[in-house]
Structures are given as structure tokens and as C-alpha cells.
Design a binder for this molecule. Structure first.
Ligand code: SF4
Ligand code: SF4
Length: 460
């Protein structure tokens, strides 16, 4: 088959030597024991599609849809096969063959349209009580509304990040008696409330850098904008306390990854162009993302989507080099001043989102930042990088599979006895919160930057 997306992954397909190493790490195989779930089977199907041995069909579309794009296979492949790229290319073939199911078509119509998405979110936040009933950690349907009755979805706040924050937030002056960002200073002593952590109680505090005077742009992403505004507000609070002026441009919209994952690459390319124009036009030192998947869009997908675009290709590459996930930024680029951190009496564990950890290589940064908070007891998960099963819209189409994968993660989390599961992705959070709601666990889920923001507030 002659399709540009498939042709672009032909080398990846050819590299697979059918060793089956990917089987051991595939979360879907671990809960189904079905070879069709494993990367090897998907690469084989991709090859058959490329050669024209099979045609795009509903059966094939379902096979490629049944993948978390968790990158576990790619990270453990001895031949370096980027299975995620093959899966996304095959989905593009399916989408271009008219095989996109109706809910995904609807999502592709709404997600890129910022005014429509905004109006929909505001309307939903007002009428959700009619259709959903409130329960611990979210809301569940009162009657079938296209969602399974077991579903627990987050309760939408009345106001999103943009209604709660201005477009530009200036750096806040250091609190009296506290050294400013460039002056460093010792972190406050840990609060003596809890038993000592089994792991080293405090990581070495990040070295202070010259953050003050910097202007940074914030990309919130849809979930931190509409569902979890405290994440974006927390990021603004931490960055501004750290001496940075934060610009959250109003023209931003969905990062486009859900559109890429659905296979609508031309539409995703238009979204990438819009963001490259918007953020390249700002005179900022960095662009900060709050979710691994959004970060991957800016850092990996935009340059790839616009590689042939003479006008915007170089700008996309330049933008990618200035884009950072918030935890990497606060850890290694413009180090968070430890003197800002006040004590929190909290036991936390950390779930590493696939696209943040394996996708962007942000692994130790969130953990180091959490351990630098005085009073926090950090307990590592048995498998911090195991996929939670959320994967964006995956749970909508494959609820039972997503639930089975999630149970493994929640069992690990329960074993830690942590108060809070910290993560760096809104989609993981939504999925984990639903699982916690089902089990009745008292554990809660927070974003890394929300914990840091609470610590900064406690330090004021
Ligand atoms: S994708 Fe990699 S790990 Fe899986 S069968 Fe092919 S070469 Fe082996
Ligand atoms: S990306 Fe994840 S779910 Fe998909 S085949 Fe690879 S390991 Fe399995």
C-alpha cells in the first residue's frame, strides 16, 4: 500500500526480527495472553499492509486500536523498533480509509475547535448534575448516556484555568526574610510529623539557578485547562514564586496528540502549525508543558509533522528545543529554589506516565523534586513505569482491558500505603481516580506541581 505514513515507518518494520521480547513487557498481553495484542503481531500486520497483502478493514483497525502506545515494547526492543510509530502510521491508514468510528470522528471535530470545546466544557459543567450523580472522586451516570454505568468521570469545575487566571502573571517577590531565587539558601527543615521514609528522606536540593527575570510560556493542555485547573494554577504559582513571569497565551488549544492517535494527520499538522506560529512568536526563554503527552507533541510530533514544511519546519525544531515538561524545567533548567519549599506532612508515591518517562526521558526529576519537599515521605512503587491503562481515549473503547491493566497499578499503589499517588499526566490521573473510586480507597491523585505549589504556599 502506498501511504506516506506507512512508507515513513518501513525501516522500522524491516528491523523487527520477530524475537518476541516485546511480549514480556506488553501490559495488554499480561492481562489477555493474546499474541494479537503484542508489538510483534502489530509489526507483522503493518508489514502486510505495507506490502499490500491485506487491505484496510474494520478488523485491522480494531487490532491497531488495541494498543496503549505505552512505548514499553519500543523501550525494550533489541532492534530499536519504534512500534508506537508503526501503530500510529497504521491508524492513519485506517482513518484515511474511512474507518474511524463515530465517537473518534466527533472528537476530531471538537478537539481542534477551541471555541466549541470551551462552550461544551462550560455547558457540561453546568448540566452535569442532571446526567451524573456525585460520588467520591468524580461522578457516574444516572442513566446510560453513551458511557458504561460503571464509569466515573471527573466533576468539571465551573471555571477553567483561563477564567481563574490572567494571561500574564508577573514574578512574585520573595517573601520577607527568604532569599530570592538567585540567592539560593538552605531548604527549611523537614517537619517532624511522620516516621522516616525507607528511601533517603531528602534528595540533594537542586542547585539554584538564575531564574528571576525570565519570561516563560505555559502550555496548559485541555485537562489542566478544563478538568484540573489547580494543576495549571499551581504551575503558575510555583514558577512565579521562583522569580519567573508566566505567559499563558489565550490562542492555545489542544496539543493535537488525540488527533494523531486517531490517525488524522493532516488535521494534526494544522494544529501543530497553529501552535508553532503562536509560541514561536513569543519572546520567552522556555515553553512549559504540564503533561507528558502534550510535551511529546511539542518536542517530538510537531517537528516530525512539519519536517517537510519549509516555512515552519525549522521553527518547529527550534520550539521543540525550548519546550520542557514542568518537572524537568524546575529540576534541571531553572532549578526550583529550595528555600521556597515549606513543610508538608504527606506520604507520597509516584506513578511515571509512559509518555513522560519513556517518551521524554523525564524519570528521576519528579521524584527528586518530591523528595526535596520537607516533611514528605516518599515510597517508591514496585513498578513505577508500568502503564496504568489510561492512554487517553483508550478506556472509552476498551474499558475492561484498561481496567485490568489499572488494577495492577492500583495494587502496587495500595502496597505503598501512600496518602497520595503523584503523577505528571491528566489522563493517568483521571483513569487512576476512577479506579480508586471503585475500590473505595482513601488514596488521592495529584500532579507533581500541585504538591510543589502546596509546599510553596506552606513556605510563605
Ligand atoms: S518489535 Fe522488537 S522486541 Fe518485538 S519482536 Fe520485533 S524486534 Fe523483537
Ligand atoms: S505500545 Fe504498549 S500496549 Fe502497545 S504493543 Fe507496545 S507494549 Fe503493548
Amino acid at each position: 500500500m502506498n501511504h506516506p505514513a506507512l512508507a515513513a515507518v518501513a525501516e522500522d518494520i524491516a528491523r523487527c526480527m520477530r524475537c518476541g521480547n516485546c511480549q514480556a513487557v506488553c501490559p495488554l498481553y499480561s492481562v489477555t495472553l493474546r499474541e494479537s495484542m503484542v508489538a510483534r503481531g502489530k509489526v507483522h500486520l503493518g508489514e502486510a499492509l505495507l506490502r499490500g497483502d491485506v487491505e484496510a478493514s474494520r478488523v485491522l483497525a480494531d487490532r491497531f486500536d488495541a494498543c496503549l502506545t505505552c512505548l514499553a515494547c519500543a523501550a525494550n526492543c533489541p532492534c530499536g523498533v519504534r512500534v508506537d510509530r508503526i501503530v500510529l502510521a497504521a491508524r492513519a491508514v485506517m482513518a484515511d480509509s474511512g474507518l474511524l468510528p463515530l465517537p473518534k470522528r466527533a472528537a476530531c471535530a471538537v478537539m481542534p475547535n477551541r471555541p466549541l470545546l470551551h462552550a461544551g466544557a462550560r455547558l457540561l459543567s453546568r448540566v452535569q448534575g442532571l446526567v451524573f450523580r456525585r460520588r467520591e472522586l468524580g461522578m457516574s451516570p444516572r442513566f446510560p448516556v453513551g458511557l458504561g454505568m460503571r464509569r466515573v468521570v471527573p466533576s468539571l469545575p465551573r471555571a477553567g484555568f483561563r477564567e481563574l487566571s490572567s494571561e500574564v502573571t508577573p514574578a512574585s517577590p520573595p517573601a520577607p526574610g527568604r532569599p530570592g531565587p538567585s540567592q539560593g539558601g538552605a531548604a527549611p527543615s523537614p517537619a517532624p510529623a511522620r516516621a522516616p521514609s525507607p528511601a533517603p528522606a531528602r534528595a540533594p536540593a537542586p542547585a539554584p539557578a538564575h531564574a528571576e527575570g525570565r519570561i516563560v510560556a505555559l502550555f496548559t493542555g485541555c485537562l489542566a485547562d478544563y478538568v484540573y485547573p489547580d494543576v495549571a494554577l499551581g504551575a503558575v504559582r510555583v514558577l512565579s514564586a521562583n522569580g519567573e513571569t508566566v505567559v499563558a497565551p489565550r490562542g492555545q488549544h489542544c496539543c493535537g496528540y488525540p488527533i494523531i492517535a486517531a490517525g488524522k494527520l493532516d488535521l494534526a499538522r494544522e494544529m501543530a502549525r497553529s501552535h508553532v506560529r503562536l509560541f514561536s512568536g513569543l519572546d520567552v526563554a522556555a515553553v512549559i508543558t504540564l503533561c507528558g503527552t502534550c510535551g511529546e507533541a511539542f518536542i517530538h510530533h510537531y517537528p516530525e509533522l512539519l519536517a517537510q514544511d519549509r516555512e515552519l519546519g525549522p521553527a518547529a525544531a527550534a520550539l521543540a528545543s525550548r519546550a520542557h515538561d514542568i518537572s524537568r524545567y524546575l529540576h534541571s533548567v531553572s532549578s526550583l529554589n529550595p528555600a521556597l519549599l515549606g513543610p508538608l506532612d504527606l506520604a507520597v508515591t509516584y506513578h511515571q506516565p509512559c509518555h513522560l518517562g519513556r517518551g521524554l526521558g523525564v524519570e528521576r526529576e519528579p521524584v527528586d523534586l518530591l523528595r526535596a519537599v520537607p516533611g514528605i515521605t516518599f515510597i517508591a512503587l514496585r513498578h513505577p513505569d508500568r502503564c496504568c491503562g489510561g492512554s487517553g481515549a483508550f478506556a472509552f473503547g476498551h474499558y475492561d482491558l484498561a481496567d485490568k491493566v489499572r488494577r495492577q497499578k492500583l495494587a502496587d499503589a495500595a502496597e505503598t500505603r501512600a496518602d497520595v499517588i503523584v503523577t505528571g499526566c491528566g489522563s493517568c490521573r483521571m483513569h487512576l481516580e476512577e479506579g480508586l473510586s471503585h475500590t473505595g480507597s482513601a488514596q488521592r491523585v495529584l500532579h507533581t506541581v500541585e504538591v510543589l505549589a502546596s509546599s510553596v504556599s506552606a513556605g510563605r
